[in-house]
Design a protein around this ligand. Structure first.
Ligand code: ERO
Length: 312
């Protein structure tokens, strides 16, 4: 029997579990088209604000030995552009388009969700509650009362499929407390993790941070955060209602990394830093490598091992 990589999230079918992470190779129609033309199972749009933004001053992204630091500051073409792309591609795309939203306020979030609700878009919507890089704006999802406020108000009118992008949590008590809140809502999924906020990478030669915004503070991605990402995926799978799916994001460079995210319970897996450095051709390599890992282990479908981490 041939190996099958098909997966699904909240009733949406994917030919394979691999997508870009929001923010990477997804800010323009050209970049989105390139991901859709690659071997990726789907594409996520750059998190949108109601109006277009230029983002933070440059340099604002730096690839590192084991990952990356970024303080992009939400540069994006504005909500209308991404909604139009998502609507135009929902009939024609060979892979689903996920629409990512990141308001700078509760009012922004609710306004964009209302516009999606009133639109023809029927796909998955991802509300980013974890942007670490907008000066003066805290990461919403570290404030559980703020998460409750946005979900309470959103689900009063939003009847389409809504997921949320979460930051990394580092204490098990945080998972317990937030899971008790999230399980009250008809969430489609959680995406874990966003970059690990407010790291500082310094060039000892110049004695300066490697990026310029916020005095050099920025979100850390890549291999540095893989253990944290896997722990977050696993911790959510152990606590969330089975109706809430999981996207695993963080430190994916190889097919084995994808395999590990799936083993921890992810339904889909996103690629950030490695996509930024390798480009969309990475999706063909990752699907090949994941298939090879599965072949070695005698697995034929993702369901054969998904969420089945063996604990000693
Ligand atoms: O700076 C950004 O645009 C950004 N970077 C991240 O690592 N995660 C984000 O969620 C984000 C903006 C929403």
């Amino acid at each position: 029997m041939p190996i099958k990589l098909t997966s699904s999230l909240a009733g949406v079918a994917f030919a394979n579990p691999l997508l870009n992470a929001a923010g990477v190779h997804c800010a323009t129609p050209t970049e989105l088209d390139e991901v859709l033309a690659s071997a990726a199972g789907g594409v996520v749009t750059k998190s949108a604000t109601p109006a277009p933004r230029d983002g933070n001053v440059r340099p604002r992204f730096q690839a590192l030995l084991l990952g990356s630091i970024n303080s992009m500051g939400l540069p994006n073409q504005g909500f209308d552009a991404y909604l139009a792309y998502a609507c135009a591609h929902q009939q024609t795309a060979t892979a689903p388009v996920i629409l990512s939203l990141a308001g700078l306020s509760l009012a922004d979030d609710l306004a964009m969700l209302r516009w999606v609700q009133e639109s023809d878009f029927t796909g998955l919507v991802e509300l980013n509650l974890s942007c670490p890089n907008v000066p003066g704006k805290p990461q919403v999802a570290y404030d559980f009362a703020a998460v409750t406020r946005v979900l309470d108000q959103a689900f009063q009118f939003f009847t389409k499929r809504l997921g949320i992008k979460l930051p990394p949590y580092l204490d098990l008590a945080q998972f317990d407390a937030l899971a008790a809140i999230l399980n009250r809502y008809p969430l489609a999924y959680v995406n874990a993790i966003n970059s690990l906020g407010n790291g500082l990478v310094i060039d000892p030669l110049t004695e300066r941070p490697v990026i310029r915004p916020k005095g050099g503070f920025g979100g850390i991605g890549g291999a540095y955060v893989k253990p944290t990402a896997l722990a977050n995926v696993r911790a959510w799978r152990q606590r969330l209602n089975s109706t809430i799916g999981i996207i695993g994001t963080g430190g994916v460079r190889t097919g084995t990394d994808v395999f590990e995210h799936l083993l921890c319970g992810a339904d889909l897996v996103q690629v950030g830093t490695a996509l930024a450095t390798e480009g969309p051709a990475i999706f063909a390599r990752l699907t090949r490598e994941l298939t090879a890992v599965m072949a070695t282990k005698g697995y034929q479908t993702l369901a054969d091992f998904q969420g089945k981490l063996q604990v000693r």
